[in-house]
Design a binder for this molecule. Sequence first.
Ligand code: C2E
Ligand code: CA
Ligand code: CA
Length: 407
Amino acid sequence: MNVIGPGGRTGSDVAAAGEAAIVLRADPYHRAVTAYGRDVAVSLAAKMMASVRDQLKPTEFTMRSAFECFLTLTWNGSRSELDDLLRRMPAAQLVDLDGRPEVIGATMGVAVRRDLPIAEPGDGLMAYADAALCTALRRRYKVAYADSSMLDTIRAEMDMVRRLRVSGDDSFFVVYQPLVELGDLQVRGFESLLRWRTPDGVVSPDAFISVAESSSLIVPIGWHSIRQTIATLATDITPRFGSQTCVTVNLSGQQLLDTQIANYIGGLIEEYRVDPAQVWVEIRENQVISLDSSAAHAVEQLHDIGCRICIDDLGSGFSALSYVRDLPVDVLKVDRSLISNLVNDGYDRAVVEAICEMAKAMGIVTVAEGIESPEILAKVTALGFDIGQGYLFGRPDVPLVAFGGVA
Ligand code: C2E
Ligand code: CA
Ligand code: CA
């Protein structure tokens, strides 16, 4: 059973643990509904919760709904005893259904009073247990422990979802960072990077993109920013820098699951009369795309339209080899973390060399991200990268006109 949070990891388990609250949910409940029908699933969930109650012997036990319950317990043992108790509880609980053994899963959020800033007994502990359950469900752990920041984090995320949702289209805009041909140091294109204008100032995507992705709000925000980007390609970039110049748009996994995404981009390409080869689509390496998914289908559709497919952040943690084998990849963008280490890390250099060699053999264009110094520029040029990007050439908040062109 997977366990996350302070439980079992703090080394503080010699002290008596005291009081804990647990929110327990039958999970995946709707799989049981699908397999057995709603009435049977409800009774399976109730039996599972009763079985957990019998194992934990709580001081208080409340059924919240057909598939969720809340319990508090006190115990005089150490934290590791509570951990053991929960760990021993199988993820899939065996329950009796008319004499037949059936299984149903349980996911738990656990709040231990001693770990948390709670002065008085009452609802406080329960709120933390709910926050821990959110975390367990999101990360697909069977048990998650609350820590002192979890409640604030989840509340702040909810607030951000609300603010993103009520922000008008004109709150979102894109800025452009140049991509430079390493052979002659001429501008080859621009990466379009999203910004959010709020009453407190302009916010960069690192602060909101994961919340926009987890709430699917990235889909409508993306429609707007992709339109802006292709419009700017037609009205500003092509006239100034020529019809060989590209723009790259970042697409999240959520956006690729939108079945209309390829039609949408194809429609904009027609509407603004740009060459589809000028539109490069960046997909992060860590976005899981299985070949039979509609996301992979969207990538193929975009490639068929004539857009270039780029794998972004290559080397940031996952292996992109399956993408290169299974998807129509045109461009590999090697992550800043690898590029900035080229000067002093032999291991990273070996990885980057291998990527460049593979790309060359397959006719794939390579882009080095995060070039900040002439030393790094010299390294990536010597390694044979085709294109470079980074603060050395220009920051994304600089107007297009600063990068030259003919207009
Ligand atoms: P990314 O696609 O890897 O974009 C490059 C990020 O690195 C940008 O951050 C850029 O400002 C920054 N950067 C570029 N050169 C340098 C450098 O030399 N040094 C350093 N330290 N940083 C450099 P930004 O604009 O904050 O974007 C962060 C991430 O948000 C992007 O990473 C991308 O994954 C995501 N993102 C941005 N715009 C969009 C969008 O329109 N849609 C989606 N789905 N994601 C976006
Ligand atoms: Ca990118
Ligand atoms: Ca990147």
